[in-house]
Design a protein around this ligand. Structure first.
Ligand SMILES: [Cu+2]
Length: 281
């Protein structure tokens, strides 16, 4: 386990112990239990709190929980409608990235959730801003701030040009924990329609060939192609991992007409597809 995950857990353990005497009299449910605050965006009226399981933004798929606190009453808002716009400032232009709509979490009163896929970052984590727009009782508000996006250790997102001249982004959305055996691999596929619009691409297909480069580039049995799951708006298939260690997930992307858009077969001479994701567990 990485240190950055252990530290927050230790902190939570200490905090929980020190507050345990209050639990009997406090009926308030902690709706962000198990999550860590990434950052707050503030304006004159509210504090917008951002949470996830890591306590930081990283390149790739980020599932994010949001709470909005009224600065005057200190209450969390329960009836907001929220949208957001992440933006990266590059030397000569700016661009956004794939993002979901934001909805109230199942069974939650004050917590809203959605995801953002950061496809890149600067080496020092700089470059990105996040603007959150929200409406409460018919009144529009906005909060914006610089955010830090850390480079992930492994390639969990890839931005590339397809053979059709379109720019695409693939991102690993899950699982969050890998195990020996069968894993339900979830991959998001987005088209870069403009600098600011990255819609989900439906009805394409990804083939999967996982390999262990450290062990003769061997593969594994029982992998399946990833097909589009209409309900969850992502591609899913079986990823078979026969042992722990470092794996390269070689991918090929086909459009709805079965035309190859990106990626190659893995051979002796060509050990890695030009479209791939990585993991280690
Ligand atoms: Cu950029």
């Amino acid at each position: 386990m990485k240190l950055k995950y252990i530290l927050p857990i230790l902190f939570t353990a200490l905090f929980t112990v020190s507050c345990s005497s209050d639990d009997d009299t406090d009926p308030i449910i902690n709706e962000v239990e198990g999550l860590f605050k990434i950052q707050e965006l503030t304006n004159d009226t509210h504090t917008v709190e951002l949470f996830n399981t890591a306590g930081e933004f990283e390149t790739g798929y980020n599932e994010i929980s949001i709470r909005i606190k009224d600065i005057v009453t200190n209450d969390y808002v329960e009836n907001a409608s929220i949208s957001w716009m992440p933006m990266m400032q590059m030397p000569t232009m700016q661009h956004s990235c794939p993002k979901s709509v934001i909805y109230k979490g199942a069974g939650k009163k004050t917590v809203y959730t959605g995801f953002i896929v950061y496809q890149m970052t600067n080496p020092d984590g700089s470059g990105w801003t996040l603007k959150v727009d929200y409406t409460i009782d018919g009144v529009d508000y906005s909060a914006i701030s610089d955010i830090v996006v850390t480079q992930s250790e492994y390639q969990n997102v890839s931005s590339f040009m397809g053979a059709d001249g379109q720019r695409y982004i693939v991102a690993m959305e899950g699982p969050t924990d890998f195990k020996i055996g069968n894993n339900n691999l979830k991959i998001g596929l987005f088209k870069m329609e403009t600098m600011f619009s990255f819609p989900v691409v439906e009805a394409y297909k990804l083939t999967l060939d996982p390999r262990m480069p450290g062990m003769g580039n061997h593969s594994s049995p029982n992998n399946t192609d990833l097909t589009f799951n209409m309900a969850d708006k992502r591609y899913e298939g079986n990823l078979s991992l026969t042992m722990t260690g470092y794996w390269v997930l070689n991918l090929k992307l086909f459009d709805a007409n079965d035309e190859l858009l990106k990626g190659e077969n893995v051979t002796e001479e060509h050990p890695k597809s030009s479209l791939y994701l990585e993991l280690e567990f």
